[in-house]
Design a protein. Structure first.
Length: 188
């Protein structure tokens, strides 16, 4: 009772009693202490649970925006409310730089401009965000290949899509069928 009145955590009281030879269960002891607190009107507030994990008693945020909505807003320009956008940009100021990076990257391919590519690299090599900086440095390492992908009207997207489809079929059929069935499934 003295320890509870001194606002010592129940966990610390239990550990002390165990050192003194107490062999009872933890949960029973916690329940007993809570009953004593209620019965005797002891002012004992703890902010941790039975395992010692701190409880967050703060109110939940006024605004909750799902991660999927944020990603859709960034990648697909799907509109979300202005209040949500303002909240996100206020709470996560680096989000604006990520949004700018995505739109700048898209502009490179829309206008097929090497000048925009060079400006993009110059801008994001100095970025505060480590991942954007790494992305821009990767552009520097493979500049010729990326430059060719920007100015060329050809794309290997069709081939990559087919490779993906073939590998998926191969994985689903692994060890189950003959080569003839695999060939038939790939052709049709």
């Amino acid at each position: 009772m003295e320890q509870l009145s001194s606002k010592v955590s129940i966990k610390c009281i239990y550990e002390l009693l165990v050192k003194l030879g107490h062999t009872g269960k933890t949960t029973n002891f916690y329940d007993y202490c809570k009953k004593l607190i209620e019965k005797n009107g002891i002012d004992h507030q703890t902010n941790s649970n039975i395992v010692g994990v701190k409880r967050n008693k703060a109110k939940p945020p006024d605004r909750y925006i799902e991660r999927g909505k944020v990603l859709n807003y960034l990648w697909s320009n799907i509109k979300i409310s202005t209040l949500d956008i303002n909240f996100l940009l206020e709470k996560y100021p680096l989000l604006k730089e990520i949004q700018d990076c995505i739109s700048d990257f898209r502009e490179i391919y829309v206008h097929k401009s090497i000048i925009l590519l060079e400006k993009f690299i110059d801008k994001y090599v100095k970025s505060k965000i480590k991942n954007l900086k790494s992305f821009a440095n990767g552009f520097l390492r493979d500049f010729e290949a990326i430059k060719n992908s920007v100015i060329s009207e050809y794309s290997n997207g069709f081939i990559e899509g087919n490779n993906n489809r073939l590998k998926m079929i191969k994985r689903t059929m692994y060890g189950r069928a003959s080569l003839n069935l695999l060939r038939a499934k790939i052709i049709y």
